[in-house]
Design a protein around this ligand. Structure first.
Ligand SMILES: [Zn+2]
Ligand SMILES: [Zn+2]
Length: 188
């Protein structure tokens, strides 16, 4: 669903945002362009930080007849109108982020349940001193995943990256079958 949202954003659809109250303003291309000009857009999985002003809680602000929070506008441009009573949950916990892949519309109740679960997880994570393979979670070796907020071990991450690279190389080198089932054999 979220990847679809990100793709839709590339087309910059013009849709009627709910503004949380069902007002029927329309995101025309100029508004959408004005919006994206204030966003530091990166890869699909990265946080897209709001570069213009934000409110005291750390959420980006965008002028749309009145000041509205930027991540809701991003969601409405990319995914669609936000249903009545729904709030937008930042899966990445980065309030300045407007990447639609990191945003999810949920009920207020669900949002509270998630908040409590995250807090409990955070407490457990903070108590962890070593990764499952026994490497220490010190400042240099700890990588916080931007989307999940999960503590990761850099040593283990580097090993995993190397293995996946080697696998890719291995695949590229291995003989490729023709569509009729024959195999190309490369001389070494
Ligand atoms: Zn994010
Ligand atoms: Zn490790």
């Amino acid at each position: 669903m979220y990847n679809e949202g990100a793709r839709a954003f590339l087309e910059v659809r013009s849709i009627a945002p709910s503004n949380g109250k069902g007002t029927a303003a329309v995101f025309d291309d100029i508004t959408a362009k004005r919006f994206w000009s204030k966003v530091d857009r990166k890869g699909d999985d990265d946080c897209w930080e709001w570069t213009a002003s934000g409110n005291s809680a750390g959420y980006g602000q965008f002028w749309l007849d009145k000041l509205v929070v930027a991540h809701r506008v991003s969601y409405e441009i990319c995914v669609g109108p936000i249903g009545e009573g729904l709030v937008i949950d930042h899966l990445c916990r980065n309030r300045a982020c407007v990447n639609p892949n990191h945003l999810q519309a949920v009920t207020q109740k669900e949002n509270i349940v998630r908040g409590v679960a995250r807090q409990n997880r955070r407490i457990k994570l903070d108590a962890l001193t070593h990764c499952p393979k026994g490497h220490e979670y010190n400042a240099e070796n700890t990588y916080i995943h931007p989307r999940t907020g999960w503590k990761n071990c850099r040593v283990c991450k580097n090993v995993a990256t190397r293995i996946s690279k080697e696998k890719k190389l291995g695949r590229a080198k291995s003989p490729r079958p023709y569509s009729d089932g024959r195999t190309i054999k490369c001389r070494q």
